[in-house]
Ligand binder design. Structure first.
Ligand code: FES
Length: 164
């Protein structure tokens, strides 16, 4: 299926999806972002191998694709959990107790930042200001903002996915 010289880390169906992104938009960057979003969804990260395949598919230099993949926080070079929890470490959230939330996340999930749980269900990571300072300390759970976080709300939030 692959028409590139780079070894493909994707299934034939995924290759078809990526190839479709090359034709979908008039501007290459729009298709590229969508392609990288797909890769992040499938692999829970963007590896250099995946970026090299995408670069060749889009006929772009590797560094251009890698530059995009390393610029946006939505794309990671580490394997996220299926559910991603972002903890704001901006100044307002810090003053409102984000450090306590950090300890709570480490304890509840049993993993340090940027590390998925053994079952791959969850990971957490520090994030820059989420633009919700009035709700500090703030979390982003996948794409849902959770404001005024407490240790209790974190436990509740993660309870369905964290085994006792
Ligand atoms: S500092 Fe946390 S949302 Fe702004």
């Amino acid at each position: 299926m692959s028409k590139t010289a780079v070894k493909s880390p994707f299934t034939p169906e995924q290759e078809r999806t990526l190839a479709a992104w090359t034709k979908k938009y008039p501007y290459v960057n729009m298709g590229l972002i969508e392609a990288l979003r797909s890769v992040q969804d499938w692999h829970r990260m963007i590896s250099p191998e995946a970026a090299a395949y995408v670069a060749e598919l889009f006929a772009l230099p590797f560094n251009r694709v890698w530059g995009v993949a390393t610029f946006f926080p939505a794309f990671t070079r580490w394997k996220t959990g299926k559910k991603r929890v972002g903890l704001c470490h901006g100044l307002t959230c810090h003053l409102a107790g984000s450090d306590k939330m950090k300890k709570c996340l480490e304890k509840t999930l049993g993993v340090p930042k940027k590390t998925a749980t053994a079952d791959g269900k969850l990971s957490w990571e520090p994030m820059e200001c989420l633009g919700a300072c009035e709700q500090a300390p703030a979390l982003l759970v996948d794409e849902r903002l959770v404001g005024k976080a407490t240790e209790e709300s974190i436990s509740k939030l993660l309870a369905p996915t964290v085994k006792p």
